[in-house]
Write a protein that binds this ligand. Structure first.
Ligand code: ATP
Length: 341
């Protein structure tokens, strides 16, 4: 029998619950410090205890996963804690496309794929001297917004960068990535592409709540001006959003363009869950600053099914369950290699 495995963090509960609901065995690679938390959940069949997640590369973990016919579901923690080389060297079949995860972590590759997909991206600023409008300054990789800051001009940029170096949040030789700040309503568009059905499904939308930029917006301007701390974009949680129905057609087009572009640039393409992240401006024009080439934690808000999936499935369908359904279908039709890498 096939089993589903993932790392104990991010959206592990949703993924394993979905797999269990589909009748698959569930395995959690779990840090010892989190054992107590994950033992609370009956749908987790087996725990592989580790001191750190990089131990999934060890023989002990790999052979347990192999013995169980496991498919590994990648999520944000895998990307945040392991290098692209490490992820690519995992022997266990990875759901989706493990080669595209590198494109998510590397800023230049990310921008290339987004342009190929025709996504409207914010203008990058290559030299701090050229900062004329409000910009956001980011670190490499999925830092979850930690250490990001806004700047209005070169002087402002240098002041804030120096402050973050002093605070030990960024290092002196770290290459920072600057792009124009896009103001509007945040929308993180969640999709699933089924290589078996050859179809893009729109799953849902979430908004991220980020500290302490949101905290700052809740205090009067007088106190804001007195505050010298550089605000950050550290994700704390997510909440649901539904879009004006008139925006849906364009949403599907963006998802389809992204899938097509991925097929051209990084075989076998964008299989499985992914997310296009951006903002809608006052003219309902979408600007995308980011994508995730795997399940996002924002899907956790729809563990009982999302509004848009209730239109496609006559049952409660979470993203975790959708993934397990695809694995099961691929397994029974001998096509597991189409949904894994
Ligand atoms: P993750 O991997 O968790 O998505 P990340 O480290 O790759 O995070 P981004 O998603 O690029 O970071 O940015 C973090 C946050 O900063 C976003 O959720 C958004 O609030 C804000 N942000 C990023 N880029 C822009 C932009 N160009 N304009 C406006 N806000 C932005």
């Amino acid at each position: 029998m096939i089993s589903v495995a993932t790392l104990g963090s991010h959206c592990a509960l949703q993924v394993l619950k979905g797999a269990k609901d589909e009748g698959l065995k569930t395995i959690l690679v779990c840090e010892k410090r989190r054992e107590k938390l994950y033992r609370r959940f009956q749908f987790i069949d087996e725990l592989i205890l580790v001191n750190s997640f990089s131990e999934i590369l060890d023989q002990r973990c790999q052979s347990t996963l192999e013995k169980n016919n496991a498919v590994m579901i990648p999520h944000g923690t895998l990307i945040a804690q392991m290098t692209s080389e490490q992820i690519e060297s995992i022997k266990t079949p990875i759901f989706g496309n493990k080669w595209i995860l590198r494109w998510e972590s590397d800023r230049e590759m990310k921008e290339k794929l987004m342009r190929e997909a025709n996504l409207p991206v914010p203008k990058p600023v290559t030299n701090p001297k050229d900062i004329n409008n409000l910009v956001i300054v980011k670190r490499q990789g999925a830092a979850g917004g930690k250490g990001y800051f806004m700047a209005a001009n070169e002087q402002d940029y240098n002041k804030k960068r120096n402050q973050l170096i002093l605070d030990g949040i960024i290092s002196k030789d770290e290459t920072l990535y600057i792009q124009e700040y896009a103001a509007g309503v945040l929308a993180y568009l969640q999709f699933f592409y089924s290589p078996l059905k050859k179809e893009v499904e729109f799953f849902g939308v979430d908004q991220r709540h980020e500290s302490d930029i949101e905290g700052l917006a809740r205090i009067p301007s007088e106190q804001q001006l007195k505050n010298n701390k550089v605000p950050s974009f550290n994700v704390i949680g997510n909440s649901p959003l539904v879009l004006r129905e008139s925006l849906l057609d364009e949403v599907y087009t963006m998802g389809e363009n992204f899938v097509e572009a991925s097929k051209r640039l990084v075989a076998p393409g964008m299989n499985g869950p992914f997310c296009i992240e951006g903002v809608y401006d006052e003219n309902a024009k979408f600007t995308s600053f980011e994508f995730s080439a795997r399940i996002v934690a924002g899907t956790n808000i729809y563990m009982d099914g999302s509004p848009y999936y209730s239109l496609l499935f006559n049952e409660q369908m979470s993203m975790g369950k959708r993934i397990a359904r695809e694995i099961k279908l691929a397994d029974t039709s001998n096509q597991l290699d189409m949904v894994t890498t």
